[in-house]
Design a protein around this ligand. Sequence first.
Ligand SMILES: Nc1nc2c(ncn2[C@@H]2O[C@H](COP(=O)(O)OP(=O)(O)OP(=O)(O)O)[C@@H](O)[C@H]2O)c(=O)[nH]1
Ligand SMILES: [Mg+2]
Ligand SMILES: [Zn+2]
Length: 310
Amino acid sequence: MVSPGHAVVMSRAGGTYRVYRDGEVLAASLRGRVKHGAEERVLVGDRVTLELHRDGSVTIEGVEDRKSLLRRRSPGKRRGVRAVAANVDQVVVVGSVREPQWDPYLVDRFLAVSEANQLPVLLVINKSDLAVGPAGSAGSADLAAPYEAAGYEVVRTSARTGEGLATLHRRLGGRASVFTGPTGVGKSSLLNALQPGLKLRTREVSARSGAGRHTTVTAEMHLFEPDGFVIDTPGLRDIGLWGLEPLDVVHAFPEIARLAPECRFDNCRHLGEPRCAVEAASARGAVVPSRLWSYRQLLREALEAARPWS
Ligand SMILES: Nc1nc2c(ncn2[C@@H]2O[C@H](COP(=O)(O)OP(=O)(O)OP(=O)(O)O)[C@@H](O)[C@H]2O)c(=O)[nH]1
Ligand SMILES: [Mg+2]
Ligand SMILES: [Zn+2]
């Protein structure tokens, strides 16, 4: 061995890990004793200890304690928890005004997953250049309102015109951020626009509309100059299809959770119980209908999945 050092795992392909250390990226494999149960042992974002060997090979000798863990829980028959990334500081949920159309339920679902992981969230409304479309199409300001009311920070961007990119850039410095959101909304395009050196693969404009196909296929971390890290994910595949537990859902909508102490019942789930403060707030327009709808839909799904006999 030449010199030990601390390093960060950027991606994994089979048994090979790309590890960033002191401005360079090394290919490393797992040392035998770290290898046992390797699937979960070393994750993108993990800080690891390396050994550089005389023959030029590099091995991962150990993994440092994690300060956070982004997890995915598979619903249905193949239940179980899988980790996506370690040491994440914030989740950037990206949606687009059009192409694909803004989908409040999907966006709420991504936000709920971030909340369930107790990670701070930034909401990005991309393709704002398409907001001035045919009469009747939503402007990005309208789309932002329910989320700003709930307390989320919202940034409107366009990878095409550059709108909002300076603001987003500032929010990515000095921390590790995971980009997530439906496929095709421009996650990779935004990252490329913010840091052209990344050269992430994005969907060809001319490509046939392959619904459900992801351009980005695995979670991959990149250095975000000068002092941040960004993880691009194939949104849905990595965290969109999480199974949330009922309790996760109950806490995942901040504006709804804030009202809960005023409900008649301590364990009110806001599904039509008597004297429900959330129901009352919604009747006077203080809770946005699409948010309440998403909450109820996610909670019903979670309750259904949690039934032991299903
Ligand atoms: N008009 C417009 N098009 C954009 C913008 N951002 C991205 N696009 C286009 O949207 C398409 C999808 O962009 P990607 O960056 O590949 O989307 P993605 O979210 O990374 O998709 P996945 O990797 O499949 O999850 C590409 O054709 C981009 O050129 C934008 O701000 N405005
Ligand atoms: Mg992508
Ligand atoms: Zn209630």
